[in-house]
Design a protein around this ligand. Structure first.
Ligand SMILES: [Zn+2]
Length: 95
C-alpha cells in the first residue's frame, strides 16, 4: 500500500511528505506555507547530527533540516526496512 520508497515525515506537522517543491519533497502544509508565504533569507540544508527517533529495531532515524531565517522544515527519514508503527497519517485525496 504505502511501501513504495523511503518515507519522510514532517516533524513540524507530523505529516507524510508527499508534495514536490523546488526545495524537495515536503508535507502539504509546508508546501502551502512555501507558496503562500515564502520564507526569507538564505537557505541552509543539513542533516542533524543527533538521531531524533528510533525504530522498534533501535535503528536511529535522522532528520534533515531546511533552514531559512524565518522558517524551518525538519524531515524525519525512516529507514526503509522499518516495520515500526508510523505516526497515523491520513492520506486524503486532493485534486
Ligand atoms: Zn510540514
Amino acid at each position: 500500500m504505502r511501501n513504495e520508497h523511503a518515507t519522510t515525515i514532517c516533524l513540524e506537522h507530523q505529516a507524510a511528505e508527499t508534495q514536490a517543491t523546488p526545495h524537495g519533497t515536503v508535507c502539504p502544509r509546508c508546501k502551502q506555507r512555501l507558496y503562500l508565504n515564502p520564507p526569507q533569507g538564505n537557505l541552509m540544508s543539513f542533516w542533524e547530527s543527533q538521531p531524533v527517533a528510533y525504530t522498534l529495531e533501535r535503528e536511529p532515524c535522522f532528520a534533515y533540516s531546511l533552514l531559512w531565517e524565518d522558517y524551518r522544515i525538519r524531515s524525519l527519514h525512516l529507514p526503509d526496512t522499518t516495520s515500526a508503527d508510523e505516526p497515523a497519517t491520513q492520506v486524503k485525496s486532493h485534486s
